[in-house]
Design a protein around this ligand. Structure first.
Ligand code: NAD
Ligand code: TYD
Length: 350
């Protein structure tokens, strides 16, 4: 029996990680701790919420007193930390929120784990989920490796880099058994429609403009979210303490090409002439400091732990689009209220 804390489990990636662990490890006790911000949604976990090995706790990782007493009382064997503010555009609007949640929140968890484990570190693991964005931006060639310079350029990536440094510091200073992984852009079901792929799907469904930043020349490396969850499972169980692992899809797309591909898939699914959705494409003002290209070298994870992505991009995109068609109610729920105000602010006059 192992007792595992997953933070941010009501969010996009976290919900896939929770589902995977609850289903694959019936003898583990899985606790999902989440504040349920705009990005956290318990509807993501309907299918596993009544599982006997699963429990949800609503809490804020910034609530240091609660986090300390909770970790001390529960005595988890492992922690997989995904809770974060995760959207670059929001970080440009409210950098301090990102510093607080991502840096101070992570620091609270690290210190609470250290105190709770109180020197008994054998078999324990504190696994921090980070991002390739901490490496900054690439030119048209090259790949990020685990030894690339940490060179964040947005408030989001700076806050993630800050949290990564604290994780390393807790290993080196206090011997906390830590792991870090840095993944490329994820896509798949349950993705909040503020990020590129779900936002475009949502807008095509609504017949709204498709806002492509700048000239659409920026490149991202896309990985299906379940492949990220599988990598997290592997690294949590087999990764070497204190190590960093890059995770990537080896699947680079220019934004404009990706948006055009999505338009093609959506037109086919909506049984309308090819080219219909393309007419919605609108080039808008570029994001501030927009990173040109991210691309990951995941050789270490592949050669040392035997991971490789299992879902190719055409299959993953079809599955994703089908999920949004089948879950329009989910989309309606998450795009009501506060999200609408954010959307109007972000995209009006852009
Ligand atoms: P998300 O925004 O969908 O979910 C974040 C979750 O964290 C939400 O459920 C939210 O309620 C919770 N949360 C936020 N602040 C909290 C707080 N103070 N206390 C407790 N819970 C809080 O994010 P995501 O896309 O699922 O990303 C999860 C993690 O993976 C993040 O750490 C992110 O940096 C990292 N990551 C994301 C990607 C990507 O493509 N989305 C790629 C690489 C790494
Ligand atoms: P995003 O999904 O926000 O992820 P990240 O910035 O963390 O990589 O954006 C992916 C790419 O798509 C990025 O280059 C910005 C661009 N983009 C648009 O062109 N239009 C949009 O409306 C959004 C949200 C993103």
């Amino acid at each position: 029996m192992r007792k595992l804390l997953i933070t941010g489990g009501a969010g996009f990636i976290g919900s896939h990680v929770v589902r995977r662990f609850v289903r694959r490890y019936p003898d583990y006790q899985i606790v999902n701790l989440d504040k349920l911000t705009y990005a956290g949604n318990l509807e993501n976990l309907r299918d596993v919420e009544n599982s006997p090995n699963y429990r949800f706790v609503r809490a804020d990782i910034l609530d240091s007193a609660f986090i300390h007493s909770f970790l001390r009382d529960e005595q988890f064997d492992g922690i997989i930390h995904l809770a974060a503010e995760s959207h670059v555009d929001r970080s440009l609007e409210n950098p301090a929120d990102f510093a607080l949640t991502n840096i101070v929140g992570t620091l609270n968890l690290l210190h609470a784990a250290l105190t709770a484990w109180n020197g008994r570190m054998e078999g324990k693991r504190f696994y921090h989920i980070s991002t390739d964005e901490v490496y900054g931006s690439l030119g048209s060639t090259g790949l990020f490796t685990e030894s690339s310079l940490i060179d964040p350029r947005s408030p989001y990536s700076a806050s993630k880099a800050g949290s990564d440094h604290f994780v390393s510091a807790y290993h080196h200073s206090y011997g906390l058994p830590t792991l870090i992984s840095r993944c490329s852009n994820n896509y798949g079901p349950n993705h909040f429609p503020e990020k590129l792929i779900p936002l475009m799907i949502h807008n095509i469904l609504q017949g709204k403009p498709l806002p492509v930043y700048g000239k659409g020349e920026n490149v991202r490396d896309w990985l299906y979210v379940e492949d990220h969850a599988a990598a997290i499972d592997l690294i949590f169980h087999k990764g070497k303490t204190s190590e960093i692992y890059n995770i990537g899809g080896n699947n680079e797309w220019k934004n404009i090409d990706l948006v055009r591909l999505l338009c093609k898939i959506m037109d086919r699914k909506m049984k309308r002439p090819a080219g219909t959705s393309d007419q919605l494409i609108t080039f808008v003002k570029d994001r501030l400091g927009h990173d040109l290209r991210y691309a990951i070298d995941s050789t270490k994870l592949k050669s040392e732990l035997g991971w490789s992505p299992s879902v190719d991009f055409p299959t993953g995109l079809e599955k994703t689009v089908d999920w949004y068609f089948a879950n329009k109610e989910w989309l309606d729920h998450v795009t009501s209220g506060a999200y609408r105000a954010y959307y109007d602010r972000m995209y009006t006059n852009r």
